[in-house]
Design a protein around this ligand. Sequence first.
Ligand code: ZN
Length: 404
Amino acid sequence: MGMKRLQAFKFQLRPNGQQERDMRRFAGACRFVFNRSLAFQNENHEAGNKYLSYVKMTAWLVEWKKEPETQWLKEVPSQPLQQALKDLERGYKNFFQKRASFPRFKKRGQSDAFRYPQGVKLDQDNSRISLPKLGWISYRNSRQVVGEVKNVTVSQSCGKWYISIQTEYEVPEPAHISTSMVGLDAGVAKLATLSDGTVFEPVNSFKFNQKKLAKLQREMSRKVKFSNNWKKAKRKVHNLHSRIGNIRRDYLHKVSTTISKNHAMIVIEDLKVANMSKSASGTVGQPGHNVRAKTSLNRSILDQGWHELRRQLEYKQLWRGGQVLAINPTYTSQKCACCGHTAKENRQTQIQFKCLECGYSANADINGARNILAAGHAVLACGEMAVLGRSMKQEPTEASRTSV
Ligand SMILES: [Zn+2]
């Protein structure tokens, strides 16, 4: 059994004059398409509509190629233009998932780049690469490219043109150094509690910095728009945004690395963060009660980046030869890890679990983590590996479950 590994190889290009002019033109066209779509999206959003998907944006592109003043887009290879729209869509996704700040307009000289997802021919023996509508271009060959070429990005920096070749190849799957199996309970008061009693405190960077962020945003709103002071204030807001993101990412990486190093099998609940966020507002048949409390609970969950932690655990386990097993979360918080008695009344408070049947009492998160581990053992015993890893389909979960 093998696993896929991605790698990027970057070289300096040696284009001729015509190729250089064409590359500059293609990069400019991609920037134009990105910026124009961003402006359209903003307009559309200000009119009260939702952000439009990549597919909708490609329809604009088709229209622009027909309009007399933007017909020149037809001379540019289509795929890089479409990739620019993909980049914009990814920018929105990253923003909505709090991984990045809002997409910004691209400036000439700062982002002269375009990407081909296919149609590329690599001739390593002759140190040249063939790109659609550019032909063969020589490059400074400094190392052997390994793997199957997945996509190629052409970029310009300080007057020089570069190519970055992303490849994918199979490597033998490693075996995890540990044989330990652990249950992980994702929480609000704690980021994660393991069935062996290990506790990871939450990431509070967001809440802590939120007041500061609000203050900076107020300051910015008082400045004259586009004035130097406004720009200064805007930069401060942007810097704080990225600082918050960096603190969170660093912390989550530390946690996921620690857990992944120590345990070959990590059993988690298959919680759908999106479902949990939705349930607060309720449905037509069942209006949400306690909306405000749930909204803030949901915000904390998102804040702690449970979604991101799971993603990191999954790929780090893949690297180490370990696994992540996602189990159905039903009753893991109400069930007694000792005798199996399941009742809402077992859970009188958020913190404490006390079994009404056998008297077993424990920290509620540790009891939950032990149940998750037990559910993992049960799944493995039955051979139901349906929810293992990223590539496989996930079991449907109960959307109604909101306790963690
Ligand atoms: Zn019990």
